[in-house]
Design a protein around this ligand. Structure first.
Ligand SMILES: *[C@@H]1O[C@H](CO)[C@@H](O)[C@H](O)[C@H]1NC(C)=O
Length: 176
């Protein structure tokens, strides 16, 4: 998988690309579809999360290798796995109330049936992490984007998106 990605990135490089934003894979096992498959307590599906982590580790070392080979490449890699896991583990910090069930769907965790015309909507979509079986809500994406734009090394590295775009290498200005 990362071998294929190396090929894509090199092609983009040869076409002139020098700045790459690579969005890591979130904790896939925690989406309502996967949780719904875990019949023992509705926890996240461990195996899927294991492979999400593996993929991210591979992507990270591939990017480091690419930076070594092409000195004029700059990139930001988002630790989407831990960003979204943090929404799920500390929902109150982000204004979320429901971290397991989808907003739109039917059945257990609104995940037995996808978001189709006969499905039900949650009353307040902004307090849900997940919109449907697989996808985050707009509220989730908005917070996610704010984090990868301005967060320090913890969730996006080696630089954040703002630094990648405008002042690579420098520390971000404190905001708020
Ligand atoms: C299901 O969820 C429980 C509780 O979170 C967890 O301990 C268990 O490993 C999960 N099972 C699978 C198959 O992922």
């Amino acid at each position: 998988m990362t071998l294929m990605m190396t090929g894509y990135l090199k092609r983009l490089y040869n076409l002139g690309a020098r700045k790459f934003l690579v969005v890591g894979i979130p904790a896939v096992g925690c989406c309502p579809f996967q949780r719904n498959q875990n019949k023992t307590g509705g926890g996240c599906k461990e195996e899927s999360n294991y492979w999400s982590n593996k993929y991210n580790e591979g992507a990270k070392s591939m990017l480091q290798a690419m930076k070594t080979e092409f000195k004029d490449v700059n990139y930001a890699f988002s630790d989407s796995y831990n960003i979204v896991l943090n929404f799920i583990q500390k929902p109150a910090n982000y204004g979320f109330v429901e971290v397991k069930a989808a907003c739109c769907g039917l059945g257990n965790l609104n995940a037995d049936v996808p978001c189709i015309p006969i499905s039900q909507y949650c009353p307040k979509r902004t307090d849900h992490v997940f919109w449907d079986l697989f996808h985050p809500t707009e509220a989730t994406v908005k917070i996610f984007i704010d984090i990868i734009f301005d967060n320090s090394q913890q969730y996006v590295s080696p630089v954040n998106v703002r630094q990648l775009l405008w002042n690579r290498g420098k520390k971000p200005k404190p905001r708020l």
